[in-house]
Design a protein around this ligand. Structure first.
Ligand SMILES: Nc1ncnc2c1ncn2[C@@H]1O[C@H](COP(=O)(O)OP(=O)(O)OP(=O)(O)O)[C@@H](O)[C@H]1O
Length: 897
């Protein structure tokens, strides 16, 4: 037994040893796994600290990123996975005022799927190493100062679902390789400096895309690829304020999931594809505004009944709005102003249950505003100025709870004003001027928020309501050119008025002191019976005159001599009355945009001090408006101004010219053959002047941009605007430069308001213009598009050579065409004519432009290209627009204000 026990003893020891061994092994395993977990943690932490070390953090937002404080998964902006060990999945450091370098270390975080550095100040090219972060699902670098191009290698981020690079300074073409990111759902490249064309294939495979935003990239001069219309999941398509041109592809009809479509502020042409809206049941907002779209109203736009907002304004749409629009029961905002719509404005539209905004001004709508508009309406703002609306102001107007602006000037509204027309508690602006309204102006007691009341140029009679004085914020009152009588209520002086115009009425009696003191006398003129300091009648005189008139009457009963005196007096009075009537008719005005000042104030401003230029057709004044805005008033000096009736028709049409390269006509004043044209003010003066200033050197890119803009303006006049227009006076002095050097043509349309013979004689008197005139215009009287093309070619030569078109004092005394042609016949002559101050790197483009300018200035009109062709050729040269800071190599031109 002992022996057996002895035999088993070593065996027992072995078991113990085995147990110990196992225990040791376990411990070893545990410590290995602990050490390995420690290694991962340490390396992720180090990677983050490395990332931090290259970042500038003035707000100490990342001060908690320290290994001594907490585990890195709890650091600001970090999210980790729940795995063991935990690993960083998301880095969200938006809006922390960070700058510096985005280090490559973050791409070594193996599980990083979301990287958000939006709203910081990173100022560097898009780091190429970010394209190595292959696990990224979301990359948001928006609202920084990233620059350079978007690298092709972006295609390596094959898991990416959201890419947001908006609001940076990224340049160059949108890389075609983006099309490889087939998982992409959100692509936002808005507000950058991308340029060139959109390659169609970029979009063919992005079938998961839900949101595409390329807005505010003005250099993206491209047609809209039809492939975008195949993105069947697209909900948001945002392409406003870029350079898109051409038609809207038919394929867009297939975007059945679309909710928001914004194509505004581009150069899109042709009509909206027929059937647009059919089957698009989810449409909420559609914006086609500020393009050159034409054709009819998209009558299926409300097929889905969900539409909240429709904007078609500032286009060339025509035809009428179909009655079916009343199916748009959810519609809230409707903007069709500044088009050529006509026909009856659908009456059911006014009672749409949710409509808050109707803007339809500057069209030719007719019809009446029905009385239905009333208590249940949610209308807040109605602007239907400058149309052909007729009928009465509806009774229900004053019952609309939320109405704050009602503007229906320049229409044919008639009848009396309903007693309650201003009862809406929020009503702030009422403009019913230039209509045929009559009767007395009701007392206004309830619109306590009324700021501006314009009832000018109507047929109102009776007294000025004294209740106006009870409206605490009333600031602008224009009651001019009516038949109002009686006295001006004295209490009005309690108001803080910025405008009080009652000229050309039949008011009488003393004018409240603050009004004679505070406003120009022109606001009171045309009221023979008013008296007060500064007016033709002093009140004492008037009273004495009245007394003596009574006495004379009494004496007249008994004395024939006095009766004779009375006759003389009445004759004088008659003469006075007649002259006042004549003065009343002196000026007729029409403003197509609100100026904030009255006709009389405008006229008063036209003195020598405001003259800023003189041309062949007249003198140019610069007039300041309230709020530091300006307009330019050109007083036409010509014996051949057309009649008021014709001027009105022509200018109403010219005011519908809408193009960013044509200075707007804002209004006009007319009196006995004198015409004042009111224009948009363009700040930087003319191109002609800019080229003459020796210290200014416009870079080639800017010159090209100016040429392209001017060509686009002309092409619009020739082909897009109806009826087609010729400019007839294209020259560098008639191309003005806006703040950002956008060119704007002035001087178009003058031949519409000046008789032909006078127009031609004014043109002939302007010697500075003769080198812009096509050679054939001497023989053929009729102006043609080709003559405009010739003149444009001369301007293009000025831009290429840096020489003014006409240099009478130069040694060679040649006009620019002869000068260029002589030189290019010499050896290597083409190079010699290029402006030598511009860098050689632009030579190829300049030579191509020279070739185009020579075609435009061909002696044979039929050899000249059409303006649309010129635009295309310049487009092909104009790929990258430089940021404004690179525009000038010399002194910046001052603004003339
Ligand atoms: N809308 C405007 N904004 C700013 N300045 C203007 C505007 N219109 C004219 N000017 C200034 O007034 C000057 C004279 O303009 P105007 O058009 O009358 O003359 P012009 O161009 O020299 O000749 P023409 O009468 O043949 O057109 C311009 O050179 C420009 O400096």
């Amino acid at each position: 037994m002992r022996l057996r026990a002895h035999r088993y003893l070593p065996m027992a020891i072995n078991c113990k040893q085995l147990l110990l061994l196992l225990l040791l092994l376990l411990l070893l395993l545990l410590s290995v796994s602990f050490i390995s977990s420690m290694t991962i943690s340490v390396s992720e932490e180090n990677l983050l600290l490395d990332f931090k070390s290259s970042i500038e953090d003035p707000s100490s937002s990342l001060s908690g990123w320290s290994s001594n404080l907490t585990h890195y998964c709890n650091w600001t902006g970090i999210t980790c996975s729940f795995s063991s060990p935990p690993s960083v999945t998301s880095l969200n450091l938006q809006k922390l005022n960070l700058s510096g370098e985005i280090s490559s270390s973050i791409c070594q975080l193996p599980s990083l799927s979301d990287l958000n550095l939006a709203g910081n100040h990173f100022n560097q090219p898009i780091p190429l190493h970010l394209t190595q972060c292959s696990s990224l699902v979301t990359l948001n670098l928006s609202s920084n100062i990233l620059w350079g191009t978007l690298p092709d290698q972006i295609a390596h981020l094959s898991s990416l679902k959201e890419l947001d690079l908006s609001n940076n300074h990224i340049q160059g073409q949108i890389p075609q390789s983006l099309g490889a990111l087939v998982a992409l759902q959100v692509l936002n490249l808005g507000s950058n400096w991308f340029s060139g064309i959109l390659h169609p294939s970029t979009f063919s495979n992005l079938s998961d895309l839900v949101m595409l935003d390329l807005s505010k990239n003005p250099g993206l001069t491209s047609e809209l690829p039809m492939e975008i219309g195949t993105l069947g999941r697209l909900k948001w398509l945002l392409l406003p304020s870029s350079g898109f041109y051409g038609p809207i592809p038919e394929s867009f009809l297939g975007l059945h999931e679309l909710q928001v479509l914004d194509l505004s502020l581009n150069n899109l042409t042709e009509s909206i594809p027929f059937g647009f809206g059919l089957g698009m049941k989810k449409l909420l907002s559609v914006d086609f505004s500020q393009n050159k779209l034409s054709g009819s109203f998209p009558s299926d736009i409300c097929d889905g009944r969900a539409l909240l907002e429709l904007s078609l304004h500032e286009n060339l749409f025509d035809g009428s709005i179909p009655e079916s629009i009343i199916m748009c029961t959810s519609l809230q905002r409707f903007q069709v102003q500044d088009n050529r719509f006509s026909g009856f404005f659908p009456s059911g539209f006014w009672s749409l249950p949710n409509i808050t905004l109707i803007r339809a001004e500057n069209n030719q709508f007719s019809g009446e505003i029905p009385d239905l508009v009333g208590a249940l309406s949610r209308l807040e703002q109605v602007q239907i100025d400058n149309n052909n609306f007729t009928g009465r102001i509806p009774q229900g107007l004053g019952r609309i709870q939320y109405m704050y602006r009602f503007s229906a000037s320049v229409n044919g509204l008639n009848g009396i004003l309903p007693e309650n027309f201003c009862d809406s508690p929020l009503m702030s602006i009422i403009n019913l001027s230039h209509n045929s309204l009559s009767g007395s102006i009701p007392e206004l007691r309830n619109c306590r928020k009324l700021v501006s009341l314009s009832l000018a140029h109507n047929r109102f009679t009776g007294r000025i309501p004294s209740s106006l004085a009870q409206l605490p914020v009333l600031t602008y009152i224009d009651l001019s050119s009516n038949n109002l009588s009686g006295e001006i209520p004295q209490d009005l002086q309690n108001l803080k008025l910025a405008l009080f115009n009652v000229s050309y009425n039949q008011l009488s009696g003393p004018v409240p002191l603050s009004i004679t003191d505070g406003f120009p006398a022109s606001y009171l003129q045309g009221n023979a019976g008013l008296c007060g300091p500064g007016l033709p009648n002093s009140c004492n005189e008037l009273q004495t005159r009245r007394k003596s008139k009574t006495n004379a009457l009494m004496i007249a009963l008994v004395a024939i001599a006095v009766a004779a005196a009375l006759i003389v007096l009445s004759l004088t009075f008659f003469a006075l009355h007649k002259s006042s009537k004549r003065r009343q008719n002196a000026w007729k005005s029409m403003f197509f945009y609100p100026l904030g000042i009255s006709q009389d104030e405008l006229l008063m401003a036209l003195d020598d001090k405001t003259i800023i230029g003189r041309g062949a057709f007249g003198i140019v004044h610069l007039v300041e408006l309230p709020g530091r805005d300006f307009v330019v008033v050109k007083r036409l000096i010509s014996s051949g101004i057309v009649s008021l009736r014709k001027a009105k028709v022509e200018l109403k049409n010219l005011a519908k010219v809408r193009h960013k390269n044509l200075a707007k006509i804002i209004g006009f004043c007319y009196s006995d053959g004198v015409l004042l044209l009111i224009h948009e003010y363009v700040k930087r003066g003319s191109l002609g002047d800019a080229l003459l200033r020796p210290k200014i050197l416009l870079s080639w890119k800017v010159r090209l941009q100016i040429a392209l803009g001017a060509a686009q303006g002309l092409a619009y006049l020739h082909k897009d605007y109806l009826p087609h227009l010729l400019h007839r006076n294209v020259k560098s002095k008639n191309i003005l430069l806006d703040e950002d050097f956008t060119p704007k043509l002035i001087g178009y349309g003058l031949d519409r308001v000046i008789e032909e013979a006078s127009y031609q004689s004014s043109m002939a008197s302007d010697l500075g213009s003769c080198c812009y005139i096509a050679p054939e215009s001497g023989c053929s009287k009729k102006a043609t598009e080709q003559m405009d093309v010739y003149s444009f070619g001369v301007v293009l030569l000025e831009l290429i050579t840096g020489r003014p078109a006409d240099q009478p004092d130069s040694r060679e005394s040649l006009d620019i065409i002869k000068w260029v042609r002589r030189r290019i016949n010499m050896n290597n002559g083409s190079f010699q004519v290029l402006d030598q101050r511009i860098s050689n790197s632009s030579q190829v483009e300049m030579l191509a432009a020279l070739d185009l300018a020579l075609q435009c200035t061909s002696a044979l009109p039929e050899k000249r290209p059409a303006m649309a062709e010129v635009v295309r050729s310049l487009h092909s040269l104009h790929d990258i627009v430089e940021p404004p800071s690179l525009i000038f190599n010399g002194e910046l031109p001052s603004t003339s204000s």
